[in-house]
Design a protein around this ligand. Structure first.
Ligand SMILES: Nc1ncnc2c1ncn2[C@@H]1O[C@H](COP(=O)(O)OP(=O)(O)OP(=O)(O)O)[C@@H](O)[C@H]1O
Ligand SMILES: [Mg+2]
Length: 318
């Protein structure tokens, strides 16, 4: 999939528009931002949107996903280490805080940060300096922090799982991205937008959504939010050869209804079909990221690309 333009957020929803207006107003400040919202609503996109509109936009946007980095590596990823700090530390490594100096640092899924590290993070934010592991000198850093969470941080504070003092430090500008199911205007706008980008990225002629398809999209509840919509459209564009996108069963291929899942393996399938199912499922899992999908599948990106092209050709002549 082509590089997306992170400075553009498509929306027709009044609540989203007012969030974007706030985001633009606060972009130039250094105030910490806490973006909350369900998975796939566009929290990371919003963080990049703020960075792109800030004076820090000339610097590289740095991010860490606190849920994806194992607990024992998170500290050194954040703060770096000196040579010899521990066995195996055979060269100095800069932490992401240092890399984010004069830029924006996204602490993604902050709710997953271990409580001990939360204390350390709080100190760094208060003092504006970090110390590499095994280091002796504090290093001053000027970093704009944006944190995201798809779990309610205030609830986690009440449950004793998230430090209250850190919560207040992060929650200077709170932004709550609403779920897609309460943004009906966005379903239509984003669906059309993704049809356009998917068709053009895959070299296909633009085929508009039928009124029935649009109706189905508008009545679905979108548990996976914008990411799910994007996947449904991308898959429909790749799989449909007819005039209208998203036939009757289209919307059901959401991963929530296994029996109606056309990627489901079953006896009687050809190897070609099974391979296609695995590849499409993996692409769905990676949010259509072909590089990640190729890695997971153990094939080269070129092979993956050729296979996708082949599927499109086969389906176009069905
Ligand atoms: N308004 C929008 N316009 C265009 N693309 C969007 C919009 N909102 C979300 N997307 C796209 O949807 C996908 C999911 O967005 P993003 O990764 O920002 O969500 P998230 O809230 O961070 O999800 P998670 O909680 O799972 O990390 C991305 O590919 C993003 O580019
Ligand atoms: Mg995210």
């Amino acid at each position: 999939m082509a590089e997306r333009d992170f400075s553009v957020i498509q929306t027709a929803d009044p609540r989203m528009k007012s969030i974007l207006a706030v985001a633009e107003n606060i972009a130039s400040s250094r105030a910490a931002v806490l973006i909350q919202g369900e998975s796939g609503t566009g929290k990371e996109l919003l963080a990049r949107y703020i960075h792109a509109r800030s004076p820090r936009a000339t610097q590289r946007f740095i991010a860490i996903n606190c849920a994806a980095v194992p607990d024992n590596l998170l500290e050194s990823e954040l703060f770096g280490y000196e040579k010899g700090a521990f066995t195996g530390a055979d060269a100095r490594k800069l932490g992401r805080f240092e890399l984010a100096n004069n830029s924006t640092f996204l602490l993604d899924e902050i709710s997953e940060m271990p409580i001990l590290l939360q204390a350390k993070l709080l100190r760094v934010i208060q003092e504006g300096e970090i110390e590499r592991l095994g280091g002796t000198q504090p290093i001053r850093v000027n970093v704009r922090i944006i944190a995201t969470s798809n779990r309610d941080l205030r609830e986690l504070v009440t449950a004793g799982k998230f430090r209250e003092d850190l919560f207040y430090r992060l929650n200077v500008i709170p932004l709550e991205v609403p779920p897609l199911r309460v943004r009906p205007l966005d379903v239509e706008m984003l669906a059309n937008h993704f049809v356009e980008t998917s068709c053009s990225e895959n070299g296909l002629a633009l085929r508009p959504l039928s009124p029935e398809a649009l109706h189905k999209l508008k009545t679905w509840n979108w548990p996976g939010n914008v990411r799910e919509l994007q996947n449904v459209i991308e898959r429909s564009v790749l799989l449909n050869s007819g005039a209208d996108l998203i036939p009757a069963e289209g919307i059901m291929i959401s991963g929530y209804e296994e029996v109606r899942d056309p990627h489901h393996l079953r006896p009687g399938m050809t190897v070609f079909e099974a391979e296609r199912a695995l590849i499409l499922k993996t692409l769905e899992f990676t949010g259509q990221n072909r590089t990640h999908a190729a890695e997971m599948l153990g094939i080269s990106i070129r092979t993956l690309r050729n296979k996708i092209k082949e599927y499109k050709e086969v389906f176009a002549y069905e």
